[in-house]
Design a protein. Structure first.
Lengths: 316, 382, 434
């Protein structure tokens, strides 16, 4: 029976599934940044997608400085491994530092303000990031060097599995596992979970809530930085508008899985990735976006707190 | 004079000034007047969103979709490509009803979602609507847009032909200054209607629900009905604004005009101006839309005349910094005046119960003394 | 934060003063009085500065957002033409060129109300004698009626929707009359670029004859320009008995098109035609085609004819397999005045001119030639002179014979050149004249 369904869908189904999975892992990585910040301070960090965009620009700049890419982002064929290594270290640091700074300057004074205030500030930060992106790299999409080649590793099979796919999986999966372990077992991770549950109680138990929040922003930013590098190496382009679209899908992924929930964000990301690719394949590329949001709405109607989200009690 | 009175005073003064505008002397008066027509439409749109976000506290991120539905319903009912050939009055009423119906139909199943989930669903609805408009070529003509939207005003009567008595004046009611006055009158009507509504049973029930849904439902209010009525009214006003916008643009322009960016801009307008407060919302629209569409281009033209930027560097242009200034304004506003420029009196009273509006100076003095124990702003939320 | 009441009063007072101030400014016509000519920096070779009359030329193009790169080159071209005019000691007028933006920060691209306001501002300013622009066909639909009523000549460097000027198959039944409300009928709009109904079909001819294409997959960006071209390409391709193995719109908001490429690969086409521009992800489509292992060539229209397209796709992904059609000739094919322009442009801006720089220059040249011919500051005379342009050779693209405006305001230069990307540059392969 499975075979007959697969036949009806055509031989491309496997490729769609693979592409969906890989894209989904990338969305998940960004979604984690949304979900962690939301879990702690209930802020939809609208600027997160644009932070990701700046991370991609920073990585591209690094590649140019190292000499792995020319001024137009074309690969020079040299220093590829060195550049990737430097990017994977420097871009997360850059994004983490930027995210923490923004938190300190913009969101921190608003901790006790009504909920809309930090949300609107985040929209403001997003605009500023976008403007910086335009000044930095201009308005056109730029080529991101193919430091990892899209060479097929499985010739003769129905699925083309390339070095780029492999790279995404090799980088993102360990990061996610490490994050889960970190949140579950380290002292800081426990402090994060405690703060997420009840900031006042956490403070009473001797947890420095401000430091925990800063650490959350740092980790979220670093994840966006990793995602930026991997995304750049996978799609081989960077542009100032990439943050909005990718951030939107990542945020959707976070909500779909249950915002504030780490496994939920990963699940949501992968789901969105799969819907996106299968939607392009069987419905049409122009219907990709409405399809994703329609499915999101339907799922939320039946599971109002996301797929893995816990029921929240109404505070009186 | 009480603060509420002051805000109302300025609003009336603003309306009088706007009404006098077409009779002023000046070469560009007609241009400014025409530029103001879409601003007036956005003001109606913002007031509609204010019903949803300001009165009932539902964060709706897809209001521009209703704006678009209004514009497209008007276009479908009036353009020559369809067999309806309705008049403007019919089309505008239909635009309001369809937008309100879509609002109710799409919100009803999602009412049990919590705040942020609902925000995402409304955003998703907005994005779906624009995609459908863009992709459903048979109905909407895709990105080509439906033109021309030039119906009669009354059903069954031919339009009067006006005199072009001043430069820039058009002979049709769809042109400046008749359309300008129509939009201004509709806006004034909406303002008065909302003013009365705020004081009605329904308006007070909305506020009660915004403040504490649980307590409100214990008092016998039905939150679902209240939310749906707010969405219906907000979406209906947005649809009306869309109908006027389609007339002013003589077409539906591009589907993009009804997208997420428009929703964000309107949200920013009402938050910057003062959530829940009509004069504040209008001020926000004037400031943000005015800055975006009028002030930047004026400043850029001025800069160009000064010839300070012969090579055309982007960072030497005001337009290059638009997003930056926009973002900075939002951040500073939230930091130093999160209640908006002209906040709703009720919100202020809730924040400072000790302050009596009638005894302004005395209360201000008392507050200055009580400066050592600042009032926790977080209370507003609970 | 202490004394809120007073703060608010002060705020209201200042707000009020500001509002009244703004009102007074508006009353006084706010820049309504044109700056006197003395303010213009006298150009070298200008014998008596300040005695000449000022003529203002405005352009209305999206200067914010993603189209900025292309409009920059248009503005460069216009500026060069204006400078050439001003450098001529015999010129009768002082040309004051204004570069207006029809985009807003909020939308990131052209905006209806802004384009309309630009048109009205131009009409209201008695010094404005010509309106160059807009860049987008839908924007033209908004500004054209305003300018038509005022009789202000409008020359566009980039608007290609056929329905704006003429009745052909595929345009709306009430086009183009609905853009010409003035009675009796008068034509005020013309364009130096040719329309989509030439480029689309000729691209299909090229695909059939030169590339021997049997199966084609057509993509479009769901914009007026790209979708229109894709439709016209398809019509011609069907006439030529090509098999259309796929025809769909893409989501231009997407970052990559891996899924789409898998789908295309399943149909095994000989050619992918992309109706769209660099901003609507032309570069990414080309890149993902290669990445998915599709070996067929790609054909794109002049919206992709710019260095930014090659840069964004990565030259290595395009070389020897990507064809781009342009209207007219490639800048490298130009001779005479065109070659001169290319040389001067390179000296001034340190890059090769792109096709849109040529059109921008051409627009301004046509307008300036008409101003010289009319000899006086009169909108009607200048409009007539522009539309009467015949055998125009002063610009960059006219060559030896020059081109003319037909009675609809369309250029008679009906040439399409197909270029192939080789070594990271566009190399012209074939010029088709019709």
């Amino acid at each position: 029976m499975f075979e007959s369904i697969a036949a009806a869908l055509g031989p491309e189904i496997y490729q769609y599934l693979l592409a969906g999975l890989v894209t989904g892992l990338l969305y998940a990585l960004i979604a984690l940044g949304y979900t962690m910040v939301y879990g702690i301070i209930e802020l939809i960090n609208f600027a997160h997608g644009d932070l990701f965009m700046l991370g991609a620009f920073f990585s591209l700049q690094l590649a140019i400085w190292v000499g792995a890419a020319g001024a137009k982002g074309q690969a020079t064929g040299e220093f590829a491994v060195l550049a990737v290594a430097i990017m994977l270290v420097a871009a997360p640091v850059f994004c983490a530092a930027l995210n923490v700074t923004v938190d300190r300057v913009v969101y921190k004074p608003l901790r006790n303000a009504p909920k809309l205030a930090p949300l609107v500030s985040a929209i403001g930060v997003s605009f500023i990031f976008m403007n910086i992106g335009v000044f930095w790299m201009g308005t056109y999409d730029l080529n991101f060097p193919e430091l990892i080649p899209p060479t097929n590793l499985t010739p003769g099979y129905r699925v083309e599995f390339t070095y780029q796919h492999l790279m995404v999986i090799v980088v993102t999966l360990p990061v996610m596992v490490a994050l889960t372990l970190f949140v579950r077992y380290t002292a800081l991770g426990k402090a994060m979970r405690a703060t997420a549950q009840n900031p006042t109680a956490a403070q009473l138990m001797g947890i420095n809530v401000d430091r925990v929040i800063a650490a959350t922003f740092a980790i979220g930013g670093a994840l966006a930085g990793v995602a930026a590098v991997v995304y750049g190496l996978y799609v081989n382009s960077a542009g100032y508008q990439m943050g909005f679209q990718t951030g939107l899908f990542a945020f959707t992924a976070a909500v779909l899985g249950g915002i504030g929930n780490i496994p939920g964000a990963v699940l949501g990301g992968i789901l969105i990735g799969l819907i996106e690719k299968l939607g392009t394949g069987y419905v049409g590329d122009q219907w990709r976006q409405p399809l994703i949001f329609a499915i999101l709405i339907v799922i939320l109607i039946f599971r109002p707190n996301g797929i893995l989200g816990a029921r929240t009690r109404e505070k009186v | 004079m009480s603060l509420r009175g002051a805000a109302g005073y300025w609003m009336v003064a603003g309306f009088v000034l706007l009404a006098a505008l077409p009779f002023l002397q000046g070469r560009y008066i007609a241009t400014y007047g025409t530029q103001l027509i879409p601003v007036l439409c956005f003001a109606i749109l913002a007031l509609g969103l204010n019903v949803v976000v300001g009165y009932t506290g539902l964060l709706h991120l897809g209001i521009a979709a209703f704006f678009g539905i209004g514009a497209y319903v008007t276009a479908i009912l009036t353009t020559s490509g369809f067999p309806f050939a309705s008049s403007f009055l019919v089309a505008a009423v239909a635009a309001m009803l369809v937008a309100a119906a879509v609002g109710v139909a799409t919100t009803a199943p999602t009412l049990r979602l919590r705040g942020d989930y609902l925000a995402l669903v409304t955003m998703g609805f907005g994005i779906i609507t624009v995609s459908v408009i863009r992709n459903l070529d048979a109905l909407t003509d895709g990105t080509k847009g439906l033109t021309p939207v030039s119906p009669n005003f009354f059903p069954g009567f031919d339009d009067p032909v006006f005199e072009k008595s001043r430069p820039g004046w058009k002979d049709s009611w769809r042109g400046y200054p008749r359309l300008y006055y129509l939009c201004l009158a509709v806006l004034a009507g909406v303002v008065i209607f909302l003013r009365n509504l705020e004081r009605s049973r329904l308006g007070r029930a909305w506020v009660a629900m915004r403040e504490d849904e649980l307590a409100a439902s214990c008092m016998g209010l039905n939150p679902a009905k209240l939310k749906l009525s707010a969405i219906a009214l907000g979406a209906g006003l947005a649809g009306l604004a869309g109908a006027l916008f389609a007339i002013s643009q003589d077409g539906t322009t591009e589907p993009r005009a009804y997208g997420f960016e428009r929703s964000m801009l309107v949200i920013c307008c009402i938050i910057l101006g003062g959530l829940g407060n009509r004069p504040g919302v209008l001020l926000g629209v004037v400031l943000l839309v005015g800055y975006d569409q009028i002030v930047t281009s004026m400043l850029d033209n001025w800069l160009q005349e000064q010839k300070v930027n012969p090579e055309g560097k982007e960072y030497l242009k005001v337009s290059g910094w638009r997003l930056f200034i926009f973002g900075l304004a939002l951040i500073l506003m939230m930091r130093f005046r999160p209640e908006g420029m002209l906040p709703a009196a009720r919100q202020k009273r809730e924040l400072h119960p000790e302050r009596d509006e009638a005894a302004g100076e005395r209360a201000a003095k008392a507050e200055a003394e009580a400066k050592d124990k600042p009032v926790d702003r977080g209370k507003k939320n609970e | 934060m202490g004394n809120r009441k007073i703060d608010r009063r002060k705020f209201l007072a200042t707000g009020g003063v500001a509002a009244v101030g703004a009102g007074v400014l508006a009353l006084s016509g706010c820049g309504g009085t044109p700056k006197p000519t003395e303010k213009e920096a006298p150009k070298p070779g200008d014998p008596t500065p300040g005695t000449k009359e000022t003529i203002r030329i405005v352009s209305s193009l999206p200067r914010t957002g993603s189209a900025r790169g292309q409009t920059n080159t248009i503005v460069n071209g216009i500026q060069m033409a204006v400078e050439e005019y001003m450098a001529d000691a015999n010129s009768k007028f002082v040309i004051d060129y204004k570069d207006w933006d029809d985009a807003t920060a909020a939308s990131g691209s052209w905006d209806g109300p802004t384009e309309k306001a630009n048109a009205q501002k131009a009409v209201a300013d008695p010094d404005v004698m010509a309106y160059i622009g807009p860049y987008n066909s839908n924007a033209a639909k908004i500004s054209m009626p305003e300018l038509n009523e005022a009789g202000l000549v409008q020359v566009s460097p980039a608007v290609t929707w056929p329905g704006l000027t003429k009745k052909i198959k595929g345009v709306a039944p009430d086009e183009p009359e609905k853009y010409q409300p003035f009675k009796p009928k008068r034509v005020h709009f013309c364009r130096v670029c040719t329309t989509d109904d030439l480029q689309g079909p000729l691209a299909a001819d090229f695909a059939a004859e030169e590339l021997k294409v049997k199966k084609v997959y057509i993509l479009n960006d769901k914009e007026l320009y790209g979708e229109g071209l894709a439709k016209l390409f398809r019509q011609r391709a069907e006439e030529l008995k090509m098999e259309i193995v796929g025809d769909e719109g893409i989501d231009t908001a997407a970052v990559e098109y891996g899924g789409l490429m898998t789908k295309i690969k399943g149909t095994n086409p000989d050619l992918v035609y992309f109706g769209g521009t660099t901003q609507s992800k032309g570069g990414q489509i080309a890149k993902d085609l290669v990445k998915s292992g599709l070996m067929c060539p790609m054909l794109a229209p002049d919206g992709c004819y710019e260095q930014a397209f090659i840069d964004s796709a990565g030259a290595a992904n395009l070389n020897n397999r990507t064809y781009v059609t342009i209207v007219g000739l490639d800048p490298s094919q130009l001779t005479g005045k065109g070659a001169e322009f290319v040389k001067k442009y390179k000296e001034k801006f340190k890059t090769d001119p792109e096709a849109f720089a040529l059109y921008g220059y051409e627009c301004a040249k046509v307008v300036l030639a008409a101003i010289i011919k009319a000899g006086k500051k009169d909108r009607e005379e200048i409009r007539k002179a522009v539309l009467a342009t015949k055998s125009f050779t002063d610009g960059a693209v006219g060559g030896a014979e020059g081109w003319s405006f037909d009675r609809n305001g369309d250029t008679t230069l009906r040439q399409v050149t197909v270029s192939r990307v080789e070594g990271g540059k566009f190399i012209p392969k074939k010029t088709i004249t019709k």
